[in-house]
Write a protein that binds this ligand. Structure first.
Ligand SMILES: C[S@@+](CC[C@H](N)C(=O)[O-])C[C@H]1O[C@@H](n2cnc3c(N)ncnc32)[C@H](O)[C@@H]1O
Length: 354
């Protein structure tokens, strides 16, 4: 199969009649379960809770506020693919038996996939215990560090990752993809959906000096200083190829932020994505800026003030802003394909006598 590449739709048409107060409600809270183990207690820092399973810090908090952000992110991804029969993934997996979701967060994707494929066993893995009290019987949510050696035995039909931006340094990413390859059955699929940290705008509606334009560069620079590049969205394709995957396909998206788009799908996605950003920004920024902020690490209060200013600007429905997102999926080749490729590589060109 040739490499498939799908561009995002051209510039998203703007709805001139949108007013923010009519589309955003206040009921964005949900309940949590409290469990007393040290793993659940995590580490409290700068007003947020972080995982303690891995000695290497993970940059985003694992707390109720962030789990709400994951729910919103899940919804944005679903709405953006709502015109697809399966909005959860694109890999053409037939009758899957084993599916793995790496960095499952609140387990929302794993649970939905388990519902969709009741005969498959779906495993979601995360550093922090997902805050879930009920899940389908064919779904397992477990706590583990995927940067270490994996111990699962079943060959997987599909391994999925979403919004793992900033989780690893380059060496760890390479190892994660190698382990994905080794844990898939021949013909099995890997799929990853990532979003860019930059807030973008295709027209002049967002002024050049607007504070929203500082967000992407500021966080990206922190990621670089932390040794965890935030450009995951742009490295997946090459990383899949390097790990040995074939039939690499991709779909690019523009996820609107705010309800400014005319088309109903984009308006809904943008409305939920606004909530995603409003609840997510502090958690995305706190660790990065407090540890790696410029010109010196920031204080918690500085981050809170910065995020408050960003939030105030995000409320402006006149800004036609969005973030880029990209879904990439690819197949592990069968042994015969690998042999044929090796043979082709070794083939000595036949010399033709004149
Ligand atoms: C931004 S969240 C995305 C969650 C989920 N995939 C989603 O799309 O809603 C990234 C998740 O990856 C998890 N994570 C990061 N590094 C990990 C590691 N080394 N092992 C397991 N999980 C990890 C984090 O704890 C976090 O829950």
């Amino acid at each position: 199969m040739d490499k498939i590449h799908t561009e995002p739709e051209d510039n998203i048409a703007v709805d001139p009649t949108t007013h923010l107060t009519t589309v955003y409600g206040d009921d964005w809270q949900s309940e949590t379960t409290s469990i007393g183990s040290s793993l659940y207690r995590g580490l409290e820092e700068n007003g947020r809770r972080y995982q303690t399973l891995s000695r290497k810090e993970y940059l985003v908090p694992s707390d109720q506020k962030q789990f709400e952000t994951y729910e919103a992110g899940h919804l944005v991804a679903l709405v953006m693919d709502s015109d697809h029969e399966n909005p959860l993934f694109r890999a053409p997996v037939q009758n899957p038996k084993h599916i793995l979701d790496l960095g499952t967060g609140s387990g929302n994707w794993a649970i939905d996939v388990a519902d969709m494929f009741p005969t498959a066993s779906v495993r979601g893995v995360d550093l922090f215990p997902p805050p879930v009290s009920w899940m389908p019987p064919n779904c397992i949510l477990e706590v583990d560090n995927i940067a270490e050696d994996w111990t699962w035995n079943e060959p997987q039909d599909l391994i999925h990752m979403r919004i793992m931006i900033g989780s690893f340094d380059d060496t760890e990413w390479k190892r994660v993809y190698e382990q994905c390859y080794n844990n898939l059955r021949p013909g099995g699929w890997i799929e990853q959906l990532e979003a860019s940290p930059y807030i973008e705008c295709d027209d002049d509606s967002l002024p050049a000096d607007n504070i929203l334009r500082t967000w992407g560069p500021a966080l990206s620079a922190c990621g670089k200083r932390a040794g965890r590049p935030l450009e995951t969205i742009d490295m997946m394709q090459d990383a899949f190829k390097e790990a040995g995957f074939v039939d690499i396909c991709e779909k690019e998206y523009k996820w609107p932020i705010g309800p400014w788009a005319r088309h109903q799908k984009y308006k809904e996605a943008g409305t939920v994505n606004y909530q995603h950003w409003m609840s997510g920004m502090e958690g995305w920024a706190m660790w990065l800026l407090c540890k790696y902020g410029a010109p010196a690490p920031w204080a918690q209060e500085e981050v809170i003030v910065y995020v408050a200013k960003l939030r105030a600007e995000l409320k402006n429905p006149r800004y036609h802003i969005y973030e880029r997102a990209r879904r990439v999926w690819a197949r592990k080749p069968f042994p015969e394909e690998i042999e044929a490729k090796e043979r082709a590589k070794r083939r000595v060109p036949i010399k033709v006598e004149e």
